[in-house]
Design a protein around this ligand. Structure first.
Ligand SMILES: [Zn+2]
Ligand SMILES: [Zn+2]
Length: 355
């Protein structure tokens, strides 16, 4: 590597920013270390930066310390580089100032996470209550639509009660005439019945409370779709009322995927091989055994039972309140209405006033 290194016109090695060896530094880098080139010290190499600029690199060991700062300036120098929360002192001044406190980048994230966490804990507590309510409700039915191709249709639709009594298990294909011929050939190959003949198949759903989800071959969850909405599209195309019937209701609050995401929300994901997800990942993180709607309803039922006992990957909910210094949060059991322990819940929230 050294043998092939380019030289500047004076015969010194030429480095780019990412290549600067540990023992060399520019004048600016030396000043951050409270050092400067010694009297008569020659540069050891040249730094080539910004594509067209050059500056000298010096041996750090041969440089000399700057004169000591006065006590007042030393205190200011240290204060500008010390994080108010973790108390660590850095080489460079800390740029982030929050209400007069200088914070390092890590502590900025820590404080923002702690500030976001109470609302997430409230969503989690609400999802747990929802799951208990769903499992107790006598009319609960779990229904899933699984798109069997990349583009969705045909759909496998499976519905069962929490006791695993199967009410619907059908593959529905488009009702378009073209679905009978060459253009819709894939629908025919995959079988199923035309969507406009589905009504008798769906009657067991009338009057039930439907906990619903939609997924396609690609693995996407359609948070803004419902199983019956998908079947409706197969009947008459998009934007058509199709199978929509007031006697078969799918409420948005019973969208399983959204509730799961609320419950499963995490402020960080510390798997070593994964990039941070910043909390948003839902049912796609749950292994589903098989690729049809029956596998989805089975996963929904298992998920409901996990939610109902709050078997969360982060463990029991913990009060995220941070003291003014340090990184250890309170961790007491939080109140489900505030997401903070009663000791740290602001008074107006315990009085029942809006947050
Ligand atoms: Zn810090
Ligand atoms: Zn607390």
């Amino acid at each position: 590597m050294t043998a092939s290194r380019k030289l500047d016109p004076a015969g010194r090695p030429l480095y780019r920013v990412a290549e600067i060896p540990d023992h060399l530094a520019t004048v600016t880098m030396l000043r951050r270390l409270r050092r400067r080139p010694a009297e008569g010290q020659e540069p050891a190499a040249t730094l080539f930066y910004h594509g067209n600029k050059h500056t000298d690199l010096y041996e750090i060991a041969a440089s000399q310390e700057l004169p000591a700062l006065s006590p007042g300036r030393q205190a200011a120098w240290t204060a500008a580089r010390t994080c108010a929360r973790c108390q660590a002192t850095r080489t460079n001044p800390l740029a982030h100032i929050d209400r007069g406190r200088r914070l390092c980048a890590g502590c900025v994230v820590t404080e923002r996470t702690a500030a976001a966490r109470p609302s997430w804990l409230r969503l989690r507590a609400a999802a747990v209550q929802w799951a208990r309510d769903v499992l107790d409700h006598p009319d609960t039915v779990l229904i899933a639509a699984y798109g069997l191709t990349d583009w969705g249709a045909p759909y496998h639709v499976h519905a069962m009660t929490p006791d695993k009594e199967v009410l619907v298990d059908v593959v529905a294909r488009r009702a378009y005439p073209s679905a009978e011929g060459a253009i819709g050939g894939i629908d025919r190959v995959l079988g199923g019945i035309a969507a406009d003949r589905l009504v008798p198949v769906l009657t067991p759903l009338v009057g039930r409370r439907l906990i619903h989800t939609v997924r396609s071959e690609r693995g996407h969850y359609g948070g803004h779709h419902t199983p019956l909405g998908r079947l409706s599209e197969l009947t008459l195309g998009p934007y058509s009322p199709g199978l929509t019937d007031p006697s078969i209701r799918q409420h948005r609050k019973d969208d399983f995927h959204l509730r799961w995401t609320d419950w499963h929300n995490r402020t960080w994901y510390d798997h070593p091989h994964s990039s941070p997800t910043y909390g948003r990942f839902g049912l796609s993180s749950v292994p589903i055994d098989g690729s049809d709607a029956a596998a989805l309803t089975t996963a929904m039922l298992a998920g409901l039972h996990r939610m109902a006992i709050d078997a969360h990957p982060d463990g029991p909910p913990a009060c995220p309140w941070l003291p003014s210094i340090g990184l250890i949060p309170c961790r007491a059991a939080p109140d489900p209405r505030s997401g903070l322990c009663l000791h740290h819940t602001p008074a107006e929230e315990t009085d029942g006033a809006p947050a």
